[in-house]
Design a protein around this ligand. Sequence first.
Ligand SMILES: [Zn+2]
Length: 682
Amino acid sequence: MKLSKVTAVVAGLCLCSVGALPSCNSTRKIESDKPPALRPLNVVVVTIDTLRPDHLPCYGYQHVETPTLDSLAQRGVLFEQAVAQTPLTPPSHASIFTGQYPTVHHVRNTGGFILPTSSRPLAKILQEQGWDTAAFIGSAVLKKIFGFNLGFAVYDDQMPKPGREDEFREDPERRAGVVVDRAIQWLNAQSGKPFFLWVHLYDPHLPYDPPSPFRERYKDHPYDGEIAYTDRELGRLIDVVRAKAPQNTIIALLSDHGESLGEHGEFTHGVFLYDSTLRIVFMMSGPGIPAGMRIKPQVRSIDFLPTLLELMGGKAPDQAQGASLVPAFSGRPVATGVSYGETLYPKMNMGWAELRSIRTDQWKYVRAPKPELYDLIRDAGETTNVIRQHPAEIQRFEAVLNGVVSAGGRGTTEKVETRLVNEQAMEELRSLGYVSGFAPRTYELTGEGVDPKDRVHILKLLEEAESPTSKASDARRSELLRQALAEDPGNPSLYYQLGGRYEKAGRYKDAMNLYRTALAKGIQSGRLHSRIADLSLRAGKKDEAIAEYEKAAQFNPSDLDSQVNLATAYLERGRAGDAERVFKWILATDPDHAAAENGLGLIAIERRDSAAARGYFERAVQLDPDMLEAQLNLGLIYEMAGDRARARSCFKAFLAKASPAQYARVIPKVRQELASLQEEAR
Ligand SMILES: [Zn+2]
């Protein structure tokens, strides 16, 4: 247990709970190596992304219908004042599943960080005790390359391939309906062993585009439409869960953060630490959990893991920093009065200062270049900064903050390094001949720099330029971004947005110049290099593209899309050995990568090893039946081997899905090939 007696006495501010952590760990190590057997309960955790509690009827909102969530709340406990530790998807999920603050679990931003293999997230704990584990993911930001698959036997993160419209979307998502279908399929195949199922539903996240009939029904407030749609899909999942395992299943539902919706000058989430994005939905139901109970004191996402494990008859690993909320079910106090929050997004994505906060039932303190203090009881909307009136509180909160930050083991001013591959992956890279080191970016978190509050006009310009509902023309949107860039030339995200617009408009030269300007201004990122590489490829400059992809890979070896492009460019330049190395690296990172299997198949063909090629193509098609190149290649291999029946079915599968625009020259040839095969079969 990490919360010492002292914290219970102080009942709110507990320096020691966080400060004393490392020493606790070492003395309790042996004990924690032998976890007690857990009660054989099934666990279903649903995380709904970007879901604001005050947009749900069960939290008092009137303008949306969510029968599934209403019923979940009635059947269990609902935490009225639940808060996330950060308004960013991957770090917040890491806190939910490890019970740790981001300073300790080390996932600090969206992209650029992975959950270390030494972590003990819920899936790992349950898998070690014999649970069947599976996760179904709604967004690319939680793909397995970021380490969230630790402990999951099944980790379904296959995202749809971006269509033309989505070409510039960095983070593909899939709808709740698809994610729930896959989860139900898995549930129906369960044999009766206890299971842990995590379902991540991304829909309330931007863009707000609910499907019909929610699109029409919520025409004027599409964010709520996404919530209503997600609720309907969640209902299908919960029905199956109840039918499968009615008595012995704990269902937990949390959001990872809220959505600002214009409050405080922020439109989405990630920049600020106000309650509009820090407050989350949190409810649990099942054995040991009272029905219809509402719990008022503040609780945190790090408290979920200890709570669940206590309900299962175990306890959280000593590394966890949260507290079990089970005592609250019988009205007893819980030591959850202090919640640490942070966002490194302004620092890493916008070039401003990072923010940290301490929240209690009464206060929100934000450490910023211009610090803020809000009295949440009198001013729930956090509109009046009362920092001058409360010097004593500031001192206390500063001390608490320093305690949390130094518990991460990096001192009170942290130096954070992006971390994109784990130790094992690093070994694999070396064994594949990637000898040069990678170039992690280092960020000094001094708390100094541009205060994000002083840049809300930039957020406004970005919103007008990027919002799908904005009425501005494309030309006007680019103009808005240029205006923002003129005022804030050190802001990396502005270069990506404006460059993306240029590319979309076919202004490739302007895009290239812009990215080069960003590099000249000292903005370093793999993304800049991979965009320059894409543009070079488009201009037919393969060697330049290769050089840029290589740089991109140095910054971010787990950017697999760029790695595929790099390997393909190598192949086209006759550098089969280099291409093979990269494809093998991709498969080491993601064993289910269809494009890499297809690439290795092409190399095998070049080496006249048709048996090996066949194996690669078969696997590519099996992994992704929509991978048409592999389908075609496999058909040709079968045809060469005289296996006409299989060749025919591959060609048919290709023709059924190939778009005439993309495959204009190939389609007639395949048709001809198929016709001659059918002729022979008669
Ligand atoms: Zn999120």
